[in-house]
Design a protein around this ligand. Structure first.
Ligand SMILES: C[S@@+](CC[C@H](N)C(=O)[O-])C[C@H]1O[C@@H](n2cnc3c(N)ncnc32)[C@H](O)[C@@H]1O
Length: 433
């Protein structure tokens, strides 16, 4: 996070607005056009790296605190500013710098006003002045968008909502996955929550030893679990939604013969780069899963399905705004078709692991429940304690649900759902009518 000193109006542009202007474009791209923060970050292209990082920090901090920032803005003007108006966007960015980034007031005002040149400058100046004079106290845990809080309260209860607020207020730690036990044991930094894992405080990835040598890759410790649940006897495995390859690398490192398939050529290219960097091997296939009909069945298939990714809200706060009910409904349709197709690619007695980094039960529990109902003979094989991070336990139903608040003292985990299913050892034939 940039320090107050780097947050001067002289951050690489004459009047210090370069980073803020880029942050404004990013915020608009996320909230109005539905882009991810990573893809919106192209708005900062051409800025010096420190300014580009600052732009992303401002936009990210704004998204983390949006409902609270809007309430503040509304409390300081009788005028109702439309959600996507430039005035509201600029005020949100300015207040996020005050509350989340400790930026001095003079720098906030000096860099906000040029963003509304030719627009409602007086209004922005007035609202900002009122709020800064009021003196904004130490930040409380930010509220999430009301519809998300309602959804998660209904699904998981109020304590989970409070835990999610606490989680989004803090910078999440950095989890590293290692290819071998030896590399993890020899690594000089961090703590260990799971096999071949190290947890560090947030840092610049390339400044951590061993990156260039391919000793590790970044992956939340929750996202490591599906690969830990792949049984060693399942040698030939298909990673059906593989890119950018965190789980492919884990599986290859654990000795599986991996076929890594993804429909995105560019994401699969990243997987190939990741394999080259870490010296691991997998067969890669660019294809739509539904067009893939291999001659031989696999011992097991991993379906790390495309999802709303709401479990990653700590690092990607924009998911809270992108995951509208209509989007979730479309994704559940795709997830149902993917798990059903995966079941046709497994040998009798083989395994199917279904995972999503989502906090929506429709994308996890409901998918597996309806899969089991429509696939007689498939059974759940619950995770064993050795397959889970220390302190994480499986659900009574036999799958794994990770919620905000779990292992909070150790830095928390991304929200996740994982189920391991065993295929019947003989294909069940539908009875003749
Ligand atoms: C959650 S990501 C996978 C992350 C990956 N397993 C990892 O650990 O790095 C989901 C992936 O599914 C891919 N995908 C979505 N629909 C697909 C389809 N119909 N066929 C194949 N891949 C698909 C996306 O391109 C995306 O890379």
């Amino acid at each position: 996070m940039p320090s107050p000193e780097t947050d001067s109006p002289h951050d690489g542009t004459p009047d210090g607005t370069g980073a803020r202007r880029a942050a404004l474009i990013m915020l608009d791209a996320v909230l109005r056009k539905g882009q991810t923060l990573d893809s919106a970050a192209s708005a900062a292209r051409g800025l010096p790296p420190a300014d580009a990082a600052h732009a992303s920090a401002i936009a990210g901090e704004t998204l983390r605190r949006l409902p609270d920032l809007d309430e503040l803005i509304d409390s300081a003007t009788r005028q109702r500013l439309p959600d996507d108006s430039k005035a509201r966007m600029v005020l949100r960015l300015a207040l996020a710098q005050k509350i989340g980034l400790d930026t001095p007031d003079h720098a906030i005002v000096a860099t906000a006003l040029p963003l509304v040149d030719g627009g409602p400058r007086r209004l922005v100046h007035g609202v900002l002045g009122t709020l800064l004079r009021r003196g904004l106290g130490p930040p409380e845990d930010p509220r999430l968008p009301p519809e998300v809080e309602q959804r998660w309260a209904a699904a998981w209860g109020e304590p989970t909502v409070l835990a999610a607020r606490a989680a989004i207020a803090r910078r999440p730690p950095l989890d590293l996955s290692f290819a071998t036990d030896e590399a993890a044991a020899a690594f000089p930094l961090g703590t260990t929550l799971a096999p071949r894992h190290r947890r560090l405080q947030p840092a610049e990835i390339t400044s951590i030893p061993g990156f260039a040598e391919g000793q590790w890759w970044v992956q939340d410790v929750a996202a490591e679990i599906p690969a830990h649940m792949m049984l060693a006897v399942w040698l030939n495995v298909l990673d059906l939604c593989a890119a950018p390859g965190g789980k492919t690398m884990q599986l290859a490192a654990a000795g599986h013969k991996v076929t890594a398939l993804d429909r995105s050529k560019s994401r699969l290219a990243r997987l190939t780069e990741n394999l080259a960097r870490t010296g691991l091997a997998a067969k890669t296939i660019v294809a739509d899963a539904f067009d893939y009909h291999p001659a031989e069945l696999f011992d097991a298939v991993l379906v790390d399905a495309p999802c709303s990714a709401t479990g990653t809200f700590r690092r990607h706060p924009e998911v809270l705004y992108r995951a509208r009910p209509s989007v979730i409904a479309e994704l559940t349709d795709l997830q149902t078709r993917l798990i059903n197709h995966a079941a046709t690619l497994i040998r009798p007695g083989g395994g199917l692991i279904y995972a999503v980094c989502s906090l929506e039960p429709e994308e996890g529990e409901a998918i597996v429940t309806s899969f089991l109902a429509s696939h007689p003979g498939f059974t759940l094989l619950p995770p064993t304690p050795g397959e889970l991070p220390d302190g994480v336990t499986s659900s009574p139903e036999g799958w794994l649900r990770i919620l905000p608040g779990m292992l909070a003292d150790a830095g928390g985990l991304d929200g996740f759902f994982v189920a391991r299913l065993l295929a019947p050892s003989k294909r069940l034939v539908a009875p003749a009518k």
